[in-house]
Design a protein around this ligand. Structure first.
Ligand code: MF3
Ligand code: CO
Length: 272
């Protein structure tokens, strides 16, 4: 595969294969969203993912990746990313659940994430979800040929901090393709230096992780689950995106089309 500044340039066939992996990934996230409600164990979401993978004849991309033991990452409330689904954790009204998921298909890896509300959530949590998702789209707009890749994080950070929330630094977005994590890194903040110049054919996963309070995180003794240091809520939205001559193209779109978070508080919706 051709490279520019160390980053793979995908041809249209490769992008179509990636799009198909991401379409199935998004279909699974749509189905998981349908199941989120008070009273179910978070393990149920893992089962939905595994069942649909079997039905589609695809591999869950996370299972076994660096020994990660599940198909989904399921990060509740103060958990930012890489949380474990569990039979013992029953979803409660007011929780927020971030699900990160991807499939391997046709030699390509899909990668996308969303945060779902469990029943009625607080106004602050609702605002957190709206701002995080809107930040993702603010970042996607910057994924155009000629831009510095760090323009994405600069725009995300400005937007998020302008709404009074924090941007996680320890984890970043990434190039995506035949493997889940390729060059370049796609931070959600401004690293203050120059990065790779974006070129048509580059495919990146943009994934703002946004916090109500501090952006500092700890990793729990399970060695995976990242939680906010102040244990306030965090949200995570991710799309895989191709930089193309017709602009940024979101690949992680399921058969329902782009599904946007709908605020439970009408005034909040307007900010998205
Ligand atoms: N999908 C995550 C990302 O967005 C990584 C998951 S790590 C795994 O980069 F180990 F859970 F696979
Ligand atoms: Co990712």
């Amino acid at each position: 595969m051709k490279k520019f500044q160390g980053v793979f340039i995908k041809n249209s066939r490769e992008i179509e294969n990636l799009r198909e992996a991401d379409r199935l990934t998004a279909n699974v996230l749509d189905a998981i969203g349908d199941e989120v409600r008070p009273g179910i164990p978070s393990w149920h979401l893992e089962e939905v993912a595994r069942d649909l993978c079997a039905q589609y004849g695809v591999e869950p991309a996370f299972l076994g990746y660096q020994n990660y033991p599940f198909a989904i990452c399921c990060s509740i409330n103060e958990a930012v990313v890489h949380g474990f689904p569990s039979k013992d954790r029953i979803l409660r009204e007011g929780d927020i659940v971030s699900v990160d998921f991807g499939v391997r298909y046709n030699g390509m890896v899909g990668d996308s994430a969303r945060t779902y509300p469990v029943g009625q959530i607080s106004e602050t949590a609702d605002r957190l979800l709206c701002v995080t998702e809107a930040a993702l789209y603010v970042g996607i707009e910057k994924a155009v040929q000629g831009n510095d890749v760090y323009a994405i994080g600069r725009a995300i950070q400005n937007f998020v901090e302008g709404h009074g929330f924090g941007v996680v630094r320890r984890y970043v977005g990434h190039g995506v393709g035949a493997t889940m994590h390729e060059k370049p890194e796609v931070p959600n903040y401004d690293p203050g230096v120059r990065g790779v110049q974006l070129r048509n054919g580059m495919c990146i996963a943009i994934e703002p992780m946004v916090t109500e309070g501090t952006w500092e995180v700890d990793v729990l003794p399970d060695n995976w689950t990242a939680v906010t240091q102040d244990r306030k809520y965090a949200a995570h939205f991710e799309h895989s995106v191709a930089v193309t001559s017709s602009g940024p193209t979101i690949l992680s779109v399921g058969d329902r089309g782009i599904v946007r978070y709908k605020s439970q508080y009408p005034e909040i919706n307007k900010l998205a």
